[in-house]
Design a binder for this molecule. Structure first.
Ligand SMILES: Cc1cc2nc3c(=O)[nH]c(=O)nc-3n(C[C@H](O)[C@H](O)[C@H](O)COP(=O)(O)OP(=O)(O)OC[C@H]3O[C@@H](n4cnc5c(N)ncnc54)[C@H](O)[C@@H]3O)c2cc1C
Length: 535
């Protein structure tokens, strides 16, 4: 998608006037760019770091309505989200895939079986698909063999979905670019341009080159998630965001094996905790607490959060003897939540908001799952400022349908081809064609093909090694020590594609290694753990 010299091509046209400038390359910004480009709007998206570098690569990766929101009476939010889930499941298999959820009920549990039954019935009714079913304790133990057996009454199974959040963002951007949108990473908005008090454009600066430009647009959209207050402050708007951190532990699947997601209440505070399979590993999450660290640093799990999540899995899977040293990796993200001065972070609303302040349109809050609805609402809000803007078809597929046949003579299973179509859309055939001998096989233990690394390095705007290993493919999360052992093999594939020399490779490895140690592994001070590096 982004062939060599694409950055210069973008800079050559960057200071022409735009209809729409979107600040922020997470799922909110990418969704708006996708819908705008589809409607023929001249739109530019700029991201200060990498695409999906913010919260949109650090979510729980669920495409869901969230039973929790139902419990809080948020029927509209839940209905919208489960309907979007259904659409995405149908339209983007291989990127959004079904995930079964198990909810165990124990003697004395509050809420108990009948509350869950009512909740799940409403959940299924809102989605117009009946998925849930109750299982006795004996049957339930077969679905989740390692669960604590004492007091187990049985439990429910229901259907939700999961994705690769960073790939979802990339696919949206890829399709937007194919429709004439423009997107560039490592370009920050460092100031807003104003005329007569109204925002008319942005000042841009590129990381590395230091290139700068002043760029004007009819509409400037602030889709910077948890960072939204920064740009709002420039127009004198009072701060509204309450950044809340959520963290996850990653275990190798053999250490915490689950065939589907398992949800239960934390023994200490009765908050829901989920354990779920993803890409061949097991994720445990999440926490929900005020994020006090500077937003420009990569968020990282704290020792207290590690203890909290370990306490939960030890209580629910007592026979597995899980220890901190079993944790393979971690990640943390910051929820863009609008604060309401509630004491308990988990009670803050997760619905999206749209504010117009001095011409700056801020779109934040919300969920990964509902990105398309958020985008349509944002475009509706600026309709009067974009004369001739067509009304978007609410039935248009979210992502372009790609029903391409598997290239002839290529040895890939149907599921592998579907996965490539889901993640790379119409680029999948080119990805396969670019593969060299031995690259159309998975990296050991994973579903990721070696060919994906070559393609990402060649055509997916990779600027740094962490872009490649943490977001284009997820090797940094899925392999022990951030994939350290495979770095020589990765180097052999990607160095010629990226055009890096040996010195650049060494400095990228060193930066990736210290980032991984700092933000994707256990923090110092967790008992029984020795530091591991990816170098
Ligand atoms: C732990 C956790 C779990 C979650 N789980 C789920 C889930 O399972 N399902 C679900 O539906 N939702 C989930 N969410 C919510 C979801 O991830 C977020 O709502 C969504 O990713 C927010 O996307 P965004 O684009 O608004 O923000 P972001 O993804 O953070 O994007 C904003 C971007 O703006 C960029 N930016 C900031 N300032 C500037 C600037 N000056 N110039 C240029 N760029 C700038 C940032 O670098 C960032 O990349 C979860 C959130 C968290 C934290």
């Amino acid at each position: 998608m982004w062939q060599r010299d694409w950055r210069s091509a973008v800079w050559a046209q960057i200071d022409e006037p735009w209809d729409l400038i979107i600040i922020g390359g997470g799922v909110t910004g990418a969704g708006i760019l996708r819908e705008a480009a589809r409607l023929g709007v001249r739109a530019l998206l700029v991201e200060q770091r990498d695409f999906a570098w913010g919260t949109s690569s650090r979510s729980s990766k669920l495409v869901h309505g969230g039973l929790r929101y139902l419990k809080e009476g948020k029927l509209r939010l839940t209905r919208n989200a489960v309907r979007e889930r259904e659409r995405l499941l149908e339209e983007a298999p291989g990127l959004i895939d079904p995930l079964g959820f198990l909810l165990a009920t124990y003697k004395g549990d509050r809420p108990g079986r009948w509350t869950y039954k009512v909740g799940l019935s409403i959940y299924d009714l809102l989605a117009l698909r009946w998925t849930h079913r109750y299982y006795s304790a004996a049957d339930f133990e077969m679905l989740a063999p390692h669960l604590a057996p004492e007091g187990l009454r049985g439990g429910f199974r229901y259907g939700d979905a999961q994705t690769d959040d960073a790939r979802l963002v990339l696919r949206l951007i890829q399709e937007a670019v194919a429709d004439g949108g423009v997107a560039i990473n490592y370009v920050a908005v460092c100031g807003l341009l104003r005329e007569k008090g109204r925002v008319t454009g942005v000042r841009l600066r590129e990381e590395g080159s230091g290139r700068e430009a002043e760029v004007r647009a009819r509409v400037v959209v602030n889709a910077t998630g948890a960072w939204a207050d920064r740009l709002r402050r420039e127009v004198g708007a009072p701060p509204r965001m309450r950044p809340l951190r959520g963290s996850h532990l990653i275990f190798p699947a053999w250490r915490l094996p689950v065939a589907q997601a398992v949800g239960f209440l934390h023994p200490a505070d009765r908050r829901p905790v989920f354990v779920f399979p993803w890409e061949g590993i097991t994720l445990v999450g999440t926490t929900d607490l005020d994020h006090e660290q500077p937003l420009d640093e990569e968020p990282a799990i704290s020792a207290e959060e590690v203890d909290y999540l370990l306490e939960a899995v030890r209580a629910e899977f007592p026979g597995l003897g899980l220890e901190a040293r079993d944790v393979m990796a971690t990640f943390a993200g910051v929820r863009p939540v609008v604060g309401s001065e509630r004491v308990d972070p988990s009670r803050e609303s997760r619905d999206h908001v749209i504010w117009e302040e001095a011409g700056l349109l801020t779109v934040t809050g919300g969920k990964l799952t509902t990105f398309r609805l958020i985008a349509l609402d944002a475009l509706e809000a600026v309709r009067s400022r974009l004369p001739g803007l067509r009304v978007p078809g609410r039935r248009t597929p979210v992502l372009n349908p790609v029903h391409l046949p598997k290239p002839e003579g290529v040895h890939l299973e149907e599921a592998q081809w579907q996965r490539l179509l889901g993640r790379y859309g119409s680029d999948a055939p080119e990805l396969v064609a670019a593969a060299q001998a031995g690259e159309l096989v998975p990296v050991p233990g994973l579903q990721t093909l070696w060919a994906e690394l070559r393609w990402a390095a060649r055509a997916e705007a990779v600027e740094h090694l962490d872009d490649l290993l943490l977001r284009r493919v997820r090797l940094g999360l899925l392999l022990p020590e951030g994939g350290r052992q495979l770095l020589p093999a990765i180097r052999a594939i990607v160095l010629p594609e990226l055009g890096w020399d040996e010195a650049r490779w060494e400095s990228e490895v060193s930066a990736y290694s210290s980032l991984w140690q700092r933000a994707y592994y256990l923090p110092q001070g967790v008992a029984g753990v020795v530091p591991r590096g990816a170098s």
